[in-house]
Design a protein around this ligand. Sequence first.
Ligand SMILES: *Cc1c(COP(=O)(O)O)cnc(C)c1O
Length: 417
Amino acid sequence: MEKKPFVTKEQVEKIAASIPTPFHLYDEKGIRENARRLKQAFAWNPGFKEYFAVKATPNPHILKILQEEGCGVDCSSYTELLMSEKVGFSGQEIMFSSNVTPAEDFALAQKLGAIINFDDITLIDFYKDIAPFEPVMCCRYNPGGDFTLNNEIMDTPKDAKYGMTREQIREAFLKLKAYGVREFGIHAFLASNTTENGYYPKLARILFQLAVELQKETGVHIKFVNLSGGVGIAYRPDQPENDIMVIGEGVRQAYEEVLVPAGMGDVAIYTELGRFMLAPYGCLVAKVLHQKHIWKEYVGLDACAANLMRPAMYGAYHHITVLGKENAPCDHKYDVTGGLCENNDKFAVDRMLPKIDIGDYVVIHDTGAHGFAMGYNYNGKLRSAEVLLTEDGGFRQIRRAETPEDYFATLDFSDFE
Ligand SMILES: *Cc1c(COP(=O)(O)O)cnc(C)c1O
């Protein structure tokens, strides 16, 4: 499938007149429409709720849009909890799915009334001395082994640091029950960035069966099953795309086959999607600063891996469009790089693109999740602005770019003055 940017050259020129590149740009219309599709796909489940994974795109303006579409938030740290509180999320609109959790994080989560998801059985006794137990609490499951779909290994839970073993989760439920917890959630995240519609249905079936067994073994009431994140997107133009309606229907079938016959037709389905909610509705807009011709052809941008780490970190593919040259033939081969003193600072290697000129604007696609969020300050590079393309076709800066003052804010130079 052809990948088209959600922004035109003319729009970018207009934005860049007041907000210099590079910046991450988000498409409000796309975000809202997608959130509504997800809601529709799970409309068969009256308790359904998406808890957007804040870590994917931690910006209050984005969280507000999702809140207006009926989403809650999934937090994993103290500052994510604070941000969510400031946006106006409270109580069971907040899921707290952390690991290696500091005491003050648990204390704040409990104070906000968040649903606390225990990553490990030892955390229950750790928590006991910090805050009171809540009527609704959740435990994270790790079945070990490999997670396979159609005989293919999708991920390896046995090597993942998250969650409790089967024996531990039973014990954890009994422990929590003894501490007065009345309703329980089960959570698992077993494969990342999946692009097969079968992931959620298979995971759901595993967790539904576990829910039936645990309800029998421990006598607790299971309130929800949290399918967490992991539904991916097609970063490559030739990749298949998920169909969220098919996914929702697959989960419904597992629900009908496993939970309903066990008399558990009141279990709510929760999700904690990040990538699926935001990745395609954000892009990194950058400008071509330099070109060099040595053993290969290089195009140097004003953005670097500090603005988008995924290609450097995972060798991840991000599609690139040269604005104004959407229909030109891709007959030039380039490495598209940033300016870090790191040879892996390449947004693309041997990529076929139209002939590029200095001053061209490029759109790096699908950076709306785990894009800006993974940014860092290596080489003294500063984090970029974030801009929202509003539904009416206008734009709004939703985070300013960092300045050198921000970079120096944690240092004290008084010894050198
Ligand atoms: C990262 C994460 C998510 C979101 O994952 P995506 O791949 O962005 O959907 C959800 N829940 C937890 C606990 C996570 O760590």
